[in-house]
Design a protein around this ligand. Structure first.
Ligand SMILES: *Cc1c(COP(=O)(O)O)cnc(C)c1O
Length: 475
């Protein structure tokens, strides 16, 4: 029989095993397929009934190491451009291991002054990186979805208060539907957050002026006028996932000021545009938002799970999440913050560790360089695609997304969607690079996104090479 109490000596040995696997794994990343489905059968080795007798610490970690590094999706390598997925910088990864070693509960100051202080420090650093006012409040979240949930919970609380209700205490009953206005760029996770908050995922009204979903500001203003003084929530989008395009945040901030709205900005991916003078103008106005979302496990390149929520008015978070009234929990205190009163989580890991380490290791300059390198990769791919007879650039290259489709001469338009969908599947099955398809203005297109710190311009050429090899076989 195994018992962790009797195996304390084995802990260091188990960590050694993982450490021993780390070097060769990291060294293999650039030469590996992103995913090799032939290895999926290995996962069966982890299955079976709950063990009655445990196998013990060392044997178990050995077993896991025999399977996981082979069966994993190697998205932390340089060849993954699907979704919007970063890797983990060396400093972030090492600090994340340390966070597991120390196992801090960052929810309460009393649980870990170290983790709580580090959270306050990294929130200050992130505000500097993003050009946000230093007096904004904030909290680390498990993801951008949770950051949207956090910001929109604060918005909902503010909105209900305007209507004379305390939603934190009394809930939504008796209240009308909360008006939420956005462009066609609104991310599904904003809808999910509204769904969880009881506001309804389909209650977002989008004001669009074209089939790409770009914001129709005049129509949004008309919509606000028609509300006749009812407060509303505007959602601005910084870095839409199909093309990297953004809403005009400053103009939305003007509208929000004129019509007394709450402005929430989802900058999960796009807020990092602030890190480079080449793109910082895209974020103009974000400093006037009431709540802002960004992601750590995307362009910051820290391990999952990492997101950030910022709010203009600090107290809106404690109003939405604090005041638990449990006798064994301390009250909120500005000087010794309990981060579990600023967001949806209670106990939580010390996700400030990798954020602190990566910002300390590479600094503002390192992040500007990385962001600019990724902008260059997307631009390079855009130029290749634009000049090629067998590709079509579908949207101007913005941020680090290149939206295009395969269009070999002679293939009639009605067949292109099917061809590109099959190409997308063939690329994933091949596994050397990973890129996803999307529907954009009725077209099935490829939308590689470059946010992983390992990605260099050579990746644009590799992507084209793989597609040129696979495409003709499908046509
Ligand atoms: C990725 C993304 C999200 C959701 O982020 P998660 O971290 O996966 O929850 C939300 N909004 C935008 C614009 C995104 O790109």
């Amino acid at each position: 029989m195994s018992d962790p109490l009797k195996e304390q000596e084995d802990a260091a040995q188990a960590l050694e095993l993982v450490h021993g696997a780390a070097g060769p794994y990291l060294a293999s990343l650039s030469g590996r397929k992103v995913h090799d489905s032939a290895n999926d059968v290995l996962i069966d080795q982890l299955d079976g009934p709950l063990p009655e007798q445990g196998s013990g610490t060392v044997a178990t970690i050995e077993r896991l190491l025999a399977v996981a590094p082979e069966a994993a999706t190697h998205a932390s390598g340089p060849h993954f451009y699907h979704l919007v997925v970063g890797g983990a910088t060396p400093a972030a990864m090492a600090a994340d291991w340390l966070a597991s070693l120390l196992d801090q509960n960052s929810g309460l100051w009393i649980g870990s002054p170290l983790a709580a202080r580090m959270e306050a420090i990294v929130l200050d650093w992130l505000k500097e990186l993003f050009g946000l006012p230093s007096d904004f409040g904030g909290v680390l979240t498990p993801s951008a979805t949770f950051a949207n949930l956090t910001g929109l919970a604060a918005a909902r609380r503010w909105w209900a208060e305007r209507l004379g209700s305390d939603v934190t205490s009394q809930g939504m009953s008796g209240l009308p539907a909360m008006p939420v206005f956005s462009s066609g760029y609104v991310h599904p996770s904003v809808r999910k957050a509204l769904q969880i908050l009881g506001c309804g995922r389909d209650m977002v009204r989008t004001f669009v002026r074209d089939d790409a979903g770009r914001l129709d500001l005049a129509a949004m203003e008309e919509g606000l006028r028609r509300l006749g003084g009812m407060p509303a929530v505007l959602v601005g989008n910084l870095g839409e996932v199909n093309t990297g395009d953004s809403d005009p945040i400053a103009e939305m901030a003007d509208l929000a000021a004129r019509y007394h709205c709450w402005l929430h900005v989802d900058g999960a991916f796009g807020l990092f545009a602030a890190a480079s003078p080449r793109t910082a103008h895209l974020t103009r106005g974000v400093e006037r938002a009431d709540s802002i979302t960004a992601d750590g496990h995307k362009w910051l390149n820290v391990p999952y799970e990492s997101g950030f929520a910022f709010v203009k008015n600090k107290s809106t978070l404690t109003e939405a999440f604090g005041a638990w009234g449990a006798a064994y929990l301390p009250e909120f205190d500005e000087e010794f913050p309990n981060f579990n009163m600023l967001g949806p989580e209670s106990s939580r890991r010390a996700r400030a560790f990798p954020i602190w380490a990566t910002l300390h290791a590479y600094g503002r300059d390192g992040y500007r360089e990385m962001v600019e390198r990724h902008l260059d990769v997307a631009q390079r791919l855009g130029r290749i695609v634009d000049a090629a007879p067998d590709f079509e650039l579908i949207a101007p290259v913005q941020l680090s997304v290149t939206c295009f489709r395969y269009r070999p001469p002679g293939v009639p338009e009605p067949e292109l969607n099917d061809l590109n969908a099959r190409l997308g599947r063939a690329v994933l099955a091949d596994g050397r690079v990973y890129v996803g398809t999307t529907k954009y203005r009725g077209m099935t297109v490829l939308r590689p996104t470059f946010v992983n710190w390992r990605i260099t311009e050579a990746e644009a050429d590799l992507l084209i090479e793989v597609i040129r090899e696979l495409g003709p076989e499908l046509n």
